[in-house]
Design a protein around this ligand. Structure first.
Ligand code: KG4
Ligand code: ZN
Length: 405
């Protein structure tokens, strides 16, 4: 074995990414080509456009990751690629290219679950803080207790108990959303309010200037309807994990709050305002960025709309917290990881950290760069599998609804 360098490749949704990580513990390079500009005008990811953009970006992005790491293919020990869950056509671009590279270079190929990647974004940064060699000692000594991981993104709101035994990480599903993912709710509410895509950063930025106590959005206990039991509901995130016999206290539901915001918008006649805002932001091919100052925020939204946005976010973060801490307590783990695109949210980070502090629990989330999709997390998750010799076969294909175990 060489230096323990793994090239990670990620193309499951709307970012084409490649990165080089050393022994799962040091990020040597990380390149992300975002397709936000392509999808923004449609208010969501258009799968056909995503595949086309991945095809365009994959070769230069991988080259850039190797160049940034100042290495060539022959310096690598393995290639890790996201095999699911995600958009089939998008996943296939990364998988096909990774297979070709592995075949041409004789390097082993490792299939990585995108959700495991998000969890390893946090673990990578923890190991990075320890230093490459001591990180391995720490893990050999079994220094890591089981962690409750909340993966909260545009496609997922899933709670896993992550455990490491003899170097291998295993995951058991503890809770999940029965309908929309939290990020999906952010994106839909932002679209409804005529804001940019993806909606998370917009709502995050605008919520800072609103009063979260204005609209009392409420979450009620999710009831597992008999028709859902043992089966995955029909949503984007769905089939990745059946609800089965999950404890209903750890189930999330975000379609209700989305509908509540829609009703609020209609009741208060905010439609026209939202449409005008959308035209201002995106008319005639313009692109826009979330406002940073109160003045700019008020230039975009009246105070009432800022209050609505702040109330929506406060309710979503509160519900994520309530169920996550409830599950941690029930499972007896004092270690919580929050990861995925929505983990970039400022209010979420602050409130989770404060609550963990109050309860004397360890709490970690990735830096902003590693919260949203990237390939460093894929290369990091591939490392323990490389050490264990868990390689992909030639038949590796995209699995849009791959479950995490
Ligand atoms: O992990 P990610 O990049 O892709 C998926 O695997 O889905 O997550 C993207 C999601 C989007 O729904 C986006 O609106 C949300 O993460 N997001 C945020 C923030 N930044 C991104 N949500 C709330 N606050 C943010 N700052
Ligand atoms: Zn993701």
């Amino acid at each position: 074995m060489g230096r323990g360098l793994i090239l990670g490749i990620e193309s499951s949704c709307d970012e084409t990414a490649a990165a080089v990580v050393e022994r799962g513990a040091r990020m040597v390079s990380s390149v992300v080509a975002s397709q936000i500009a392509t999808h923004a005008r449609y208010g969501g990811v258009v799968p056909e456009l995503a595949s086309r953009e991945h095809l365009r970006a994959i070769v230069p992005v991988v080259r850039a990751a190797l160049a940034e790491a100042q290495i060539s293919l022959s310096d690598l020990d393995a290639i890790g690629v996201t095999s699911g869950p995600g958009l089939a056509g998008a996943l296939l671009v990364g998988i096909t290219y990774a297979k070709a590279l592995a075949y041409a270079s004789g390097l082993p190929l490792i299939a990585v679950n995108h959700l495991e990647g998000h969890i390893h974004a946090v673990l990578l940064e923890e190991r990075q803080a320890l230093g490459v060699s001591s990180a391995e000692d720490e893990e050999l000594n079994g220094g890591d207790e089981a962690a409750l991981a909340l993966v909260v993104s545009g496609g997922h709101t899933h709670l896993y108990l992550a455990r490491q035994t003899a170097g291998i990480w295993r995951y058991s599903l503890v809770g999940r959303t029965v309908d929309d993912a939290a990020g999906e709710a952010y994106d839909k509410v932002a679209k409804l309010l005529g804001l940019g895509y993806p909606g998370g950063p917009w709502i995050d930025a605008l919520a800072r200037f609103g009063n979260p106590k204005t609209v009392p959005f409420a979450f009620s206990q999710v009831k597992t309807k008999t028709h859902l039991e043992g089966r995955a509901p029909r949503t984007k995130a769905a089939s990745t994990a059946p609800i089965g016999k999950l404890d209903p206290r750890f189930l999330f539901s975000f379609s209700g709050i989305k509908t509540a915001v829609l009703r609020y918008v209609e009741l208060h006649g905010l439609r026209a305002e939202a449409e005008a805002r959308y035209l201002r932001l995106y008319g005639e091919g313009r692109a826009a960025n979330p406002p940073l100052t109160k003045e700019d925020a008020l230039g975009l939204c009246p105070q009432g709309t800022l209050d609505l946005i702040a109330s929506f976010q406060h309710a979503v973060v509160g519900d994520l917290m309530k169920k996550t801490f409830r599950a941690a307590e029930a499972l007896g783990t004092g270690r919580i990881l929050v990861t995925g695109g929505v983990a970039a949210n400022k209010e979420l980070r602050e409130r989770f950290a404060a609550e963990a502090g109050r309860r004397g629990m360890r709490m970690a989330y990735p830096t902003l760069k590693l919260s949203t999709d990237n390939a460093a997390m894929i290369a990091a998750a591939a490392w323990p599998r490389f050490v264990a010799g868990e390689f992909a076969t030639e038949g590796l294909s995209a699995d849009p609804s791959l479950a995490l175990r």
